[in-house]
Design a protein around this ligand. Structure first.
Ligand SMILES: Nc1ncnc2c1ncn2[C@@H]1O[C@H](COP(=O)(O)OP(=O)(O)OP(=O)(O)O)[C@@H](O)[C@H]1O
Length: 735
């Protein structure tokens, strides 16, 4: 009661007790503090009470669920309606459905439509702003923030719920959506300097049929890899480490990387790309990285022979190790620290061997390694267990050339590869049908190249379609007609050559299912007169062919024409002389001109050979020049050395002569000394004086003179003494 009185007293103006104003003020402070503390405590308790009903999950951008959730969120209208944004740009595949949607929505038209990828600005909610999304009867509070220490973006999801199921369900849904979106893509991961893997890119799948190898090779590799992935139990039952290595070796540009890409696409594997020559690579880091590669993935080591900065064989490695054992422990530690600081690649062969199949090595992964120089690899690295299957890649054969040609050009009847699967090319029927087509090489004319629809998008859509037939397929009437109309334009071709009928008849024929073998865009009016044909120039090989490039451009071939052109193409291609990459380069030059590509193959081979000879000559010339310069330098050095040696010899000789002279002088002196020794005299007072022959007299004279001087001095002294005596006596007298 007293306490209450005490508290209330100041409020009623001190009427109750009549205390001083200072005491009243203090009472106010105490009351204020108490109220504020109570407020804070209760608010904290309340928020803790509320938070106790929340479940919170954090997703770091380093982890896959972050990508799944971001993908899921990007499709949520609430996220898109967010009122606060930050922008970012990224490359986007214009063929992806999202990109297409966005294109439709966008108000500004883009000039990039002809390119497959371009950058677009995407909006994402700003950091630290919370968005509420209603999901399956729950309100999710989602915040994007930056982790203060790791500087990683973190997504925080909070929800009021009694069990974790809602969050698990959310992650599962996000994952499904993400996988559905990337079903036509493979994901690439790359190693970082901290011993972890980072999601780095997605790539479109590559059809296995687009890689042209010797018959059966890729099929065997794929079958082996597939079989391996399904045999975990078989391996564990026999105690064999569940690992498989593939070594692809051979000339550059022969399809090693392409095959790996196609296998990963075929088996739907994520690819973990490891650069062994990365500056931060070390034995420990490699072991750490390979130890955490998930099961059922592919690890790719490219250019294995170029991996080591220290040694390429185990002997060298051991030598390095033995020298380093001589270092003290302290030295080693210092060296290690220095290496780490300098980011120096310290990977050794033994480190790689251990990481590949040591005790700590991961299991269940496919290892693919490529090299251009298998002979440079240590046998231990190549041995089964580490590299179980070897595939050699050589220069292209004729059969490969033909298959590549067929893959390159669209065939009306052939299927085309689109969005990760083969679709029937129904360009002429005005639609597309998805179909399960065996893509293990049995497809003819499969290609990603332009269908009629694509031709339209290339700016030829408004052109009338006309058909062209082979000469042998045309009736006499058609031949006549053709020769009277546009034969001047097309010329007459022998086998594989093309005949054009009038645009009218072609248009009608192209609609009939039995018509034309070769469908091609019609000639624009400006080109339908001979004057529009580019004038033949002797330097332009194509212009000398009996057809014009414009007419041959962007054609869809029928099976028969394709067969003929492919055979012609292969005929002109020499076996085992050019790589597939070179061949692809040539075909790319004529990517919409199958006839030109087939007809000019021989000319290309000739020009390539000439180029090769020219390059070889230039290389030989450069080598000869280098050798000549080296020889001249050597000769110059030799001459300079000889000159130096001669000068040295000369000075040596001079020195020797001087030495001799000196010796002679010394000898003479000694002789003189000896002689003068014999002539030495003993002076009267007993001192022996050695005098030289010439100087003797002078010395003697000087000696005599000195003696004389001494005598005189003696006399003088005596005189002085006498005079002093005299002076003293005179002084005495004076006194
Ligand atoms: N056998 C092949 N079939 C189809 N395309 C090929 C083939 N070989 C090479 N190419 C093409 O040539 C280019 C280079 O091929 P790729 O990178 O696969 O060669 P590589 O053997 O890995 O070369 P490197 O040894 O220089 O890395 C690619 O664009 C690929 O499409």
């Amino acid at each position: 009661m007293d306490a209450l009185k005490f508290l209330v007293q100041p409020l009623v103006g001190g009427a109750l007790g009549g205390s001083s104003s200072i005491v009243d003020g203090m009472k106010f402070v105490v009351i204020g503090g108490t109220v504020e503390t109570a407020r804070r405590v209760s608010s904290n308790a309340w928020s803790q009470f509320i938070n106790s009903f929340y479940l919170t999950a954090h997703f770091s951008e380093d982890d896959y669920p972050y990508d799944w959730l971001m993908n899921w969120l990007s499709h949520r209208p609430e996220w898109q309606r967010s009122r606060e944004f930050e922008t970012t740009t990224r490359a986007v595949d214009t063929l992806s459905p999202e990109a297409k949607d966005e294109e439709d929505d966008s108000e500004t038209s883009s000039d990039f439509s002809s390119t497959r990828t371009r950058t677009r600005v995407i909006f994402q909610p700003t950091f630290d702003s919370t968005h509420t999304i209603f999901y399956k009867g729950h309100y999710l509070h989602i915040t994007r923030s930056m982790h203060p220490t790791t500087q990683c973006t973190v997504l925080t999801v909070s929800v009021v719920a009694r069990s974790h199921n809602i969050l698990k369900d959310l992650v599962r849904t996000a994952r499904k959506g993400y996988e559905a979106a990337s079903v036509h893509k493979i994901q690439l991961f790359s190693a970082d300097a901290y011993g972890g893997w980072r999601y780095s890119d997605v790539k479109h799948k590559r059809p296995l049929a687009s890689v042209v190898l010797e018959p059966g090779v890729k099929e065997r590799v794929v079958a082996d890899a597939r079989d391996f992935l399904a045999s975990e139990k078989w391996y564990s039952d026999r105690g064999i480490p569940f690992r498989r290595g593939y070594l692809l070796h051979g000339i550059p540009g022969s399809g090693k990387s392409s095959l790996i890409h196609a296998i990963a696409s075929e088996l739907e594997l994520d690819v973990y790309v490891l650069s062994l020559s990365a500056p931060w690579m070390s034995d420990d880091r490699l072991q750490q990285l390979l130890g955490v590669v998930p099961k059922g993935t592919m690890v790719l080591l490219e250019d294995l022979d170029a991996a080591f900065t220290r040694s390429t064989t185990r002997e060298e490695d051991e030598k390095n190790a033995s020298t380093s054992t001589k270092d003290t422990k302290k030295d080693k530690k210092e060296k290690k620290d220095k290496d780490r600081l300098n980011d120096v690649n310290t990977l050794s062969l033994s480190g790689l061997l251990n990481a590949l199949d040591g005790v700590a090595a991961s299991e269940g992964r496919l290892l693919f390694a490529t090299t251009n120089h298998i002979e440079r690899l240590d046998p231990a690295l190549r041995r089964p267990g580490r590299m179980d299957i070897w595939v050699e890649f050589k220069y292209a054969t004729r059969a490969q050339a033909e298959a590549l040609y067929r893959n390159f050009f669209p065939c009306v009847e052939g299927p085309v590869w689109r969005d990760g699967s083969w679709v029937k090319n129904t360009a002429r029927e005005g639609g597309e049908e998805k179909g399960d087509i065996d893509n293990e090489g049995s497809i003819e004319g499969d290609s990603e190249m332009a269908s009629a629809a694509e031709l339209a998008s290339m700016g030829l859509g408004n052109m009338e379609v006309r058909s062209v037939k082979l000469e042998s397929e045309c009736t006499e009437e058609e031949k006549e007609k053709a020769s009277s109309t546009s034969s001047s334009l097309l010329g007459s071709l022998s086998i594989g050559s093309l005949w054009s009928s009038s645009s009218k008849s072609t248009a009608s024929e192209s609609k009939s299912p039995t018509s034309p073998s070769l469908v091609m865009p019609s000639i624009p009016p400006s080109l339908s007169t001979p004057a529009a044909v580019p004038p033949a120039s002797p330097s332009n090989a194509a212009s000398q062919l009996p057809y014009s490039n414009e007419l041959r451009a962007k054609t869809l071939l029928d099976a028969q024409t394709m067969n003929k052109l492919a055979a012609l193409f292969a005929e002109g291609f020499p076996e085992n002389e050019f790589s597939m990459a070179q061949l692809q380069g040539y075909l790319l030059k004529h990517k919409s001109q199958p006839e030109v590509a087939a007809h000019e193959m021989t000319a290309w081979v000739k020009s390539e050979r000439e180029l090769r000879v020219k390059l070889a000559k230039e290389r030989a010339k450069a080598k000869a020049e280098r050798e000549k310069r080296a020889k001249e330098r050597k000769e110059r050095e030799k001459k300079e050395k000889a000159k130096e040696a001669a000068e040295k010899e000369k000075t040596q000789n001079e020195l020797e002569e001087k030495e001799k002279e000196l010796q002679a002088v010394k000898k003479e002196l000694e002789e003189q000394k000896k002689k003068s020794g014999e002539e030495s005299k003993t002076t009267e007072d007993g001192d022996t004086v050695v005098v030289s022959k010439e100087d003797g007299t002078e010395d003697k004279k000087e000696e005599d003179k000195e003696n004389k001087d001494d005598d005189e001095d003696g006399e003088d002294d005596e005189d002085d003494e006498e005079s002093s005596e005299e002076s003293s006596s005179s002084d005495e007298d004076d006194v």
